[in-house]
Design a protein around this ligand. Sequence first.
Ligand SMILES: [Mg+2]
Length: 274
Amino acid sequence: MTVNELKQTANQIRADAVTMIHDAATGHTGGAMSAADILTALYCRILNVYPDDPKNPDRDRFFLSKGHSCEGYYAVLAHRGFFDKKELATFSRAGSRIIGHPNNQVPGVEVCTGALGHGLPVAVGAALGAKRTGKGYRVYCLMGDGEQAEGSVWEAAMAGANYRLDNLFAMVDRNGLQISGSTEDVMALEDFKAKWQAFGWDVCEVDGNDMEALVNYFEGEHAKDKPHMLIAHTIKGKGLPFAENKAEWHHKVPSDEQLTEAYRALDVKGASFK
Ligand SMILES: [Mg+2]
């Protein structure tokens, strides 16, 4: 996909995710919107994945550690062909496998996540496994910035550098907000880049809602013998004028009128699964 196609796809992913949340009357709007560009870049251009053979041993591994932002993740997996888009209409309904945090019964989902702080430790294990078995796959892990208060993140950060896992690409959706307010008020992270560098990681920062910047980062050259951290500066609620940069939209559901406003702002006709 070209960068322009990726941008349009990311907005369709946003529209699908916000529709799922509206229809189910539950979900995590803000984080699904901020991460939509990252997920679209990865699944529609960067990751080496096999939708018809999801467990292919040569696949790149992706872990959504900020599991509550699963609506965009399910939408992009369906868009990429891991399962029928129509199943997105079952989100958070009784009996559905498309539930409120990533569920490994869904094709393409590696592990159940959402208890925060678990994704990076698992990703470190997968990357170490690739090194020890001579496999060439890469491992990607997307975390939230509120999630950085979890101690297990920093244990994994030490291990990733210790084992020189240059096949590991961790990312933080740095939208500056978490469920209860600003990350700097709840559990201050800055100087965040210096912290990851001190743990021995190769650290880059980009605008995480800039598709071209994301593609250039992932397709560029990367340091050898160190794991990689991308601090992706994003806007929580990105694309929805009523939700941008508002912590209350971490877990808020749009009204009928707001759903219509979202489609207009995203320049899409509506959900792609209806
Ligand atoms: Mg956040």
